[in-house]
Design a protein around this ligand. Structure first.
Ligand SMILES: *Cc1c(COP(=O)(O)O)cnc(C)c1O
Length: 432
């Protein structure tokens, strides 16, 4: 899709173009299925779904249904009815699998994201005397950094020695795939695991997970991805790529509520009982769980990593949101997402063109294949003032010190007109 022609549009022409896109948008009606935040009776332009996705209107009813079951049946809610709580994770597996490109038994909602990282490393980080290092990307999300650092210490390694971080080249924001592969090759003899984000939370870069996985496997290495910013944002093929494990959260692009349940993927090839793991009773073979006998017998597949009695309210919210993804189709959402983000990029370029200087720089790759919905804007010196001006105009993005604004159009509930509004607010700010 080439949008260069909009650079020469007047503001009114651009507005009309965006409105026409909205009128023709086959996914446009999904916006009505969400609560859009308001301020003083005005609907806000919400471009922060990378941080907390909006509430589907179906969510309240989904919770209410489980409250009613609890009210009327007490503990029997676990076993009674067609939708007993005991099997609740199953009601999410199919739709979740479609989102990350997996078989239903390869995925399971459970726990929280950082907990799941530790659980996956307990199983997949199996250091030997020679091969004990972990490769990741520098500047990953803080929780992942803290988790890796402390996990390595817990296993008796000094992170300063055992952790290898790939950095962008000088003057670049993204990390080149070739540099990741070269670093893997260089350290292959001492590496035990590769674990990194699939989509970087700060720069918005999508890493070539398929190439990294294939290359690592050729060197006999296991590979896991944190997909917190990728799940529900970009199409994934975890099964076909042969990724060993993955984790994600559901409160960002997956709209499943603040602190919502996390998700976990374990490739079919690892569905054996022999992998070491930190277990709990909820991962125990379901048919025999209530025999309460000694000796852990895992459930088949990802479900075997469940630890505790699930939070049914969180799963109900998750399920309500996943149903919307199933209806819309992740490929359709991606097509619209590329258009929305492409439009946002052009709108920003138009500002630079009108200003006659690069007021805004993009940290995010311009190649749509290397990014998701989010664009990370670098604005020297006056970044915070620009951010405040956008907020004053009802445009909600998020601010990252020292000079970064992240704006994220979400295909389920962002309109093309919303992107035009961003352009208007920026023209207004710089008086263009
Ligand atoms: C959002 C995010 C987290 C947050 O972890 P929680 O355990 O859900 O608080 C962790 N890692 C990445 C990469 C994230 O984007």
């Amino acid at each position: 899709m080439n949008l260069q022609h909009i650079l020469s549009f007047s503001s009114d022409e651009l507005h009309e173009w965006a409105l026409e896109k909205d009128r023709r948008d086959a996914l446009g009606h999904f916006r009505e299925r969400f609560y859009l935040p308001q301020r003083d009776g005005e609907t806000l332009t919400y471009l922060c779904g990378n941080s907390l996705g909006l509430q589907p209107k179906a969510t309240r009813e989904a919770i209410d249904r489980e409250l009613t079951t609890w009210q009327n049946h007490g503990v029997e809610g676990w076993f009674e009815g067609e939708e007993s709580w005991l099997s609740y994770h199953r009601y999410c597996q199919k739709s979740l699998a479609a989102i990350v490109g997996a078989l239903p038994e390869e995925v399971c909602p459970m726990n929280h994201l950082t907990v799941n990282l530790h659980l996956m490393w307990a199983s997949f980080y199996q250091p030997t005397a020679e091969r004990y290092k972990v490769l990741t990307v520098a500047g990953d999300f803080p929780s992942d950094q803290y988790a890796l650092e402390t996990h390595l210490r817990f296993r008796g390694y000094d992170p300063a020695v055992a952790l290898i971080e790939v950095v962008p080249r000088k003057g670049e924001y993204s990390i080149r795939t070739a540099d990741i592969l070269d670093t893997i090759a260089q350290h292959a003899d001492e590496l035990a695991l590769i674990c990194m984000s699939g989509l970087h939370y700060y720069t918005g870069q999508v890493y070539d997970m398929q190439a990294i996985t294939a290359f690592a496997h050729r060197h006999g290495l296991l590979v896991g991805f944190d997909l917190a910013h990728a799940a529900g944002n970009i199409p994934l093929q975890l099964h076909n790529w042969g990724v060993d494990f993955a984790v994600w959260c559901s409160y960002k692009y997956l709209n499943s509520g603040p602190g919502g349940v996390s998700g976990l993927f374990v490739h079919e090839k690892h569905h054996t009982a022999s992998l070491p793991r930190l277990a709990g009773w909820w991962g125990y073979e379901e048919a025999r769980r209530f025999e309460m006998t000694k000796g852990f017998v895992p459930m088949q597949g990802a479900a075997g990593w469940q630890l505790s009695t699930p939070n049914i309210m969180a799963l109900a919210m998750h399920r309500a949101s996943l149903a919307i993804f199933e209806e819309a189709g992740i490929e359709n959402l991606r097509r619209k997402s590329e258009e929305l983000t492409g439009l946002l990029e052009m709108v920003l370029q138009r500002i630079n063109q009108k200003a006659g200087m690069p007021k805004i720089q993009l940290m995010t790759p311009t190649d749509p294949a290397q990014r998701g919905a989010q664009l990370s804007l670098l604005i020297e010196n006056e970044g915070k003032k620009v951010f405040d001006a956008l907020t004053a105009k009802g445009i909600i993005g998020d601010w990252r010190e020292p000079n970064c604004i992240r704006l994220t159009p979400i295909p389920l509930y962002t309109a093309f007109e919303d992107i035009w509004k961003v352009g208007e607010a920026l023209e207004n700010y710089w008086k263009l």
